[in-house]
Design a protein around this ligand. Structure first.
Ligand code: CP
Length: 311
């Protein structure tokens, strides 16, 4: 199919055909990552700027590796070491970066909508690597790739997302993407951390932990994002772990081939027990490995156009 997008700001508006095309391309990229020499010349001469205003281990490293494996040049910039600390505005910083001629800017920011604003002001393509509580589209794509690899499909699956749904950009992009691909999404968490109008998102809300995990094909746990909780929205981490944490006993209620997922970083013993995180149903490190392949696919699809070399 023709993939004519220049930006990936969110999964809102993406068709099932487009998502399938990205996942299929990521499967090809995964083959490169399995070779002894993990490098192809596909994006030689292209430049990617990684512009991260929030901490990241997985997303930043995997974008950097993705660029390098496709032979693109990558440059990393963090807010704390940039001239933003001297009072330069975000738009001025972006325009100065643009003047240096990058092809693509990958951006993570604490403000929802920051990558969208950048896309209106500069000419390079923009990938949203997580904006506030809004979207984290590349996470949802790598999650869907992981589910599809293990289950062979996305349609007709019961995917349960548990935790801080209202502050989670991972949940939001996941709900949009999985819904587009035909999965049924159920959410569960403290009432104070559930979205105000779940029906408008197309999700079902479970009434208990047992109901949430019952017959689930996939259980996706979310990190308790203490940095985004401006007020106390649940009594304590201990009580959270008891009422909303995933333990071994829950897995007996799910499908026998249930997948346990988590975007990372994990708060061990809070939202997920160590035995479950490291257990036989966990595909958490598969998610991380697929993150490189998905990001290679996106760099390729958004930057290469018709004139690129074959992988
Ligand atoms: N899942 C995720 O976005 O992880 P990082 O914050 O480490 O990038």
């Amino acid at each position: 199919m023709d993939f004519n997008r220049r930006n990936l700001l969110g999964l809102e508006g993406f068709s099932a055909e487009e998502i399938t095309h990205i996942l299929d391309t990521a499967e090809s990229m995964k083959q490169i990552n399995l070779r002894p020499i993990k490098k192809v010349p596909t994006l030689r001469g292209r430049t990617v700027v990684l512009f991260f205003f929030e901490p990241s281990t997985r997303t930043r490293t995997s974008f950097d590796l993705a660029a390098k494996r496709l032979s693109a040049d990558s440059v990393s910039l963090s807010a704390s070491t940039s001239s933003l600390t001297k009072g330069e505005t975000l738009i001025d910083t972006a325009r100065n970066l643009e003047a240096m001629g990058p092809d693509l800017i990958v951006m993570r920011h604490s403000m929802s909508g920051a990558p969208h604003m950048l896309a209106r002001h500069v000419s390079p393509g923009i990938i949203n690597a997580g904006d506030g509580t809004h979207e984290h589209p590349t996470q949802a794509l790598l999650d869907m790739m992981t589910i599809r690899q293990h289950k062979g499909r996305l349609d007709g699956l019961k995917v349960t997302i548990i935790g801080d749904i209202s502050h989670s950009r991972v949940a939001r992009s996941g709900i949009i993407g999985l819904g587009t691909m035909g999965s049924t999404v159920t959410v569960y968490g403290p009432k104070t951390l559930l979205p105000p109008a779940p029906a408008s998102l197309g999700v079902q809300v479970a009434g208990s932990m047992d109901e949430a995990v019952a017959d689930a094909d996939v259980i996706m746990m979310l990190r308790v994002q203490q940095e985004r909780l401006g007020e106390v929205l649940f009594p304590s981490l201990r009580e959270y772990a008891q009422r909303f944490g995933l333990a071994q006993r829950h897995l007996k209620l799910a499908r026998p081939d249930v997948l346990v997922m988590h975007p990372g970083p994990i708060n061990r013993g809070v939202e997920i027990s160590p035995e479950v995180a490291d257990g036989p149903f966990s595909v958490i490190l598969d998610q991380v490995a697929n993150g490189v392949a998905v990001r290679m696919a996106l760099l390729y699809l958004l930057m290469s156009g018709a004139d690129s070399e074959e992988t």
